[in-house]
Design a protein around this ligand. Structure first.
Ligand code: PLP
Length: 756
């Protein structure tokens, strides 16, 4: 292999000591400098039409290893460090993880930036530089505590840019400043950037160190402090609108300026720029672009509408009503009156064209439906998995599909193999290199592995790779939170935001079942460790209750000597990208158990599959596509279908109380409120969750519970045939190429963006 970097030389040169003598902290500094310099030197990708991927979230994760991979230095650096007695993983722990996202949607945006750069396409991400991110999750008394996440203090990747803009709100204006994070492509000379706008005058001091409560009215100081500030009160909702407008007004000014710099006369702006609107948070970029083209650049309103409608594309990420944003018109008028005027005019245009109140932008209560702006005044709307897109077309957005069938398409989500295989599981990547050659690193094609699923050497090596990943995960969880996981444990993982539709509560009911089963003397062949991870929105009470149930079960079982050797519950504190990178390679079982029709796609399902876990799932989101690819014998599916679920909602016939009264179910649900368990946990939280599940159960955990328990027991039995299990895992890896985000981005570009 060509020598592209000489760390020992750099160390001697810059530190005056050999690499072996340098401390991890020193090496971290050297590597950061080296990578930053190389990124800075890379030319920007160019082309006439440039993509702006606007998103409230970019859950980019740590960047050191990722950038080393993209620059083609990762394996060499790891080897040189190892030779000098250092471990790149330990060094990367010194890097703070940027806290700029929430869950799957933000992580998708990050995978997409990596793939856009890797395909050599000109396209930047545009978002905000939240000083305290979402929040840092702590556990106190088996409950979630939300703390400010001080990631920015130790941040080394942000490069300040000269650009600043004025953003005019209704009764005041602010100035922005811009930071960039370079995004190199894998095996590409060029790069793109993540452009993060910040607020001049932002004041970190208004946030206490031990809570995320701050003055929501201090808009000139708080706009870029937190992602998704609590919106359970009016001030919080207003702050979100201010933030969104701040983001899109900056984005729109940037887009127009860069197009002018590159020779556009703005009447041809759509030949120079395309905007991908990631969920509805950036929707106001449409009226804001129209406003700027008309007010500042003298273009007639109708022409401006036409230009913007040819450059705006929208991705829908959810069918949950609560996430399809609606804002009162009067709130928008207060935040940005002239932009709101444009929305009123767009509503009139839409009403004139379509005499159907279901597709009006502003409803009879003067509430603005943001997604409807995107659909009428963008040229593309896409769902994120085949099933999700069908549900959009046939149900949720049916009246729009009837008007604009040609605008709708599916783009099944994907993940970057750089981070989710090469970076987090280099042993598996090396196995693949040896088994099928290295082309997969470029193409994402892993199907040649299908020919080797019966190969004894490949199977035994896969076993070693999985064991090594488990060792890394065990030491990570011991180091970070003192968890002790048995060496031979089956690792069953459900990591994702805590939400009722994702049904962590159903998994918790399984745990209660398993606990009682072991108490009854049914001793499992292998210990089972069930790993949870995920944050809950601070104002989402039931989700907090679910976290509390899981943590209380964890403690309860650990304290029961009859059961503790065989069953263990671990909840990862502050689940984030780094934690995901430690846990996913180690998993045997991937829990993807959302209520069918509710998970738009999921992407952790893809990460687990790629790392050789078997999926236990409902036929929801991209699980459907995984099942089709691997075949019934290599996946474990259960539960009501999306059609059945949609019918239950439509008919209003779901009866949680009747299901609860079945003796087997009642026993499990009532365990939560048994006196001894109540005494261990917080009685109010347990009672509330109990009553919610027994009486309402909006996301139908009880509907699928019995089948889930049976299926999970089948999975555990199958685990005992180690060879058959290994073959199934290899089949899953072999089919995972379909979920490379390089494939997804090639489709976005070919069918929506048309860059280059
Ligand atoms: C991939 C990922 C997600 C998304 O998980 P889903 O199970 O698809 O909801 C959320 N958070 C982090 C940190 C991730 O890496």
């Amino acid at each position: 292999m060509a020598c592209n970097v000489d760390l020992n030389g750099i160390s001697e040169n810059k530190l005056g000591v050999t690499l072996a003598e340098a401390s991890d902290q020193q090496i971290y500094g050297l590597l950061m400098d080296e990578v930053r310099e190389r990124c800075a030197a890379a030319p920007l990708n160019d082309g006439k039409r440039k993509l702006y991927y606007i998103s409230a979230e970019f859950l980019i994760g740590k960047l050191l290893s990722n950038n080393l991979i993209d620059l083609g230095l990762f394996d060499e650096v790891r080897a040189q460090l190892a030779e000098a007695g250092h471990d790149l993983g330990a060094i990367e722990e010194l890097e703070a993880e940027p806290s700029l996202g929430n869950g799957g949607l933000g992580r998708l945006a990050a995978c997409f930036l990596d793939s856009i750069a890797t395909l050599g396409l000109p396209g930047d991400g545009v978002g905000l530089n939240y000083h305290y991110g979402l929040f840092h999750q702590g556990f106190i008394d088996n409950q979630q505590a939300a703390l400010p996440d001080e990631w920015l203090a130790e941040q080394g990747w942000l490069v300040p840019e000269e650009r600043t803009y004025t953003v005019e709100f209704g009764d005041f204006s602010v100035t922005s400043k811009l930071y960039d994070i370079d995004v190199p492509g894998y095996g590409q000379p060029g790069k793109n950037r993540l452009r993060l706008f910040d607020l001049q005058g932002v004041d970190d001091e208004i946030v206490p160190s031990d809570s995320i409560d701050f003055d929501k009215l201090a808009l000139k100081k708080n706009l870029t402090l937190f992602l998704y500030p609590d919106d359970s009160d009016e001030d919080g909702r207003m702050l979100r609108i201010y933030q969104q407008y701040f983001m899109v007004s900056n984005a729109a000014q940037l887009i127009i300026d860069e197009a002018l710099e590159r020779g556009s006369n703005l009447r041809d702006l759509d030949e120079y720029a395309v905007v991908q609107i990631n969920d509805t948070h950036p929707t106001m970029v449409i009226p804001e672009l129209i406003r700027l083209l008309t007010e500042k650049h003298g273009i007639e309103f109708d022409e401006a509408v036409g230009i913007v409608s040819r450059m705006a594309a929208y991705t829908n990420h959810t069918i949950l009503a609560e996430a399809l944003e609606k804002w009162p018109l009067k709130s928008l008028q207060k935040v940005a009156p002239r932009m709101a005027d444009v929305i009123v005019r767009l509503d009139k245009l839409a009403r004139a064209a379509h005499d159907d109140p279901r597709v009006a932008i502003i409803d009879e209560n003067d509430v603005v439906h943001m997604a409807r702006i995107d659909i009428h005044f963008g040229y593309s709307i896409n769902g994120v998995a085949a099933l999700h897109t069908e549900i959009l077309k046939n149900t949720e957005l049916r009246p729009f599909y009837d008007i604009y069938p040609e605008k709708f398409s599916n783009k099944t989500n994907g993940i970057t193999f750089r981070r989710w295989l090469m970076g987090c599981n280099p042993e598996l990547a090396a196995l693949l290199d040896d088994a099928i050659g290295t082309d997969w690193r470029r193409t994402g094609d892993l199907t040649p592995l299908a020919a080797l699923v019966d190969d004894a050497d490949t199977l035994s090596r896969f076993g070693e790779v999985k064991a090594a990943a488990k060792t890394r995960m065990r030491s990570f969880l011991t180091r970070t939170q003192g968890a002790k996981i048995p060496e031979d444990a089956i690792i069953d993982v459900q990591v994702k935001r805590i939400h009722e539709y994702k049904r962590q509560q159903m998994n918790a009911l399984y745990i209660i079942w398993k606990y009682l089963d072991i108490k009854n003397g049914n001793i499992p062949a292998h210990p089972l460790t069930i790993v949870f991870g995920g944050k809950a929105a601070p104002a989402y009470v039931i989700a907090q209750d679910v976290i509390h149930l899981v943590l209380t079960l964890s403690q309860w079982i650990a304290n029961d000597p009859d059961v503790a050797p065989y069953l263990q519950v671990v909840m990862i504190e502050n689940y984030n990208v780094s934690a995901a990178e430690h846990v996913i390679p180690a998993a045997d079982i991937s829990e993807q158990i959302s209520l069918a029709s509710k998970e738009a796609s999921g992407t952790s399902n893809m990460k687990f599959m790629l790392n050789g876990a078997l999926t236990l799932c409902t036929l929801d989101g991209a699980n459907v596509e995984i099942a089709e690819l691997v075949g019934d014998e290599n996946i474990y599916t259960f539960g009501a279908s999306s059609q059945q679920v949609e019918k239950l909602y439509a008919d209003g016939t779901y009866d949680a109380a009747a299901l609860y009264r079945r003796p087997g179910t009642k026993l499990l649900v009532d365990f939560m409120t048994s006196p001894a368990f109540m005494a261990t946990g917080n009685a109010e939280r347990l009672q509330r969750l109990h009553d919610d599940i027994a009486g309402k159960d909006w996301f139908m955990a009880l509907l699928d519970l019995e089948e889930y328990i049976q299926k999970k027991e089948e999975v555990l039995r199958d685990y005992e045939d180690r060879e058959a299990w290994g073959k199934k895992a290899l089949v899953n890896i072999a089919q995972a190429g379909a979920f490379s985000s390089d494939r997804t981005i090639a489709q976005y570009n070919g069918e929506i963006w048309h860059l280059k």
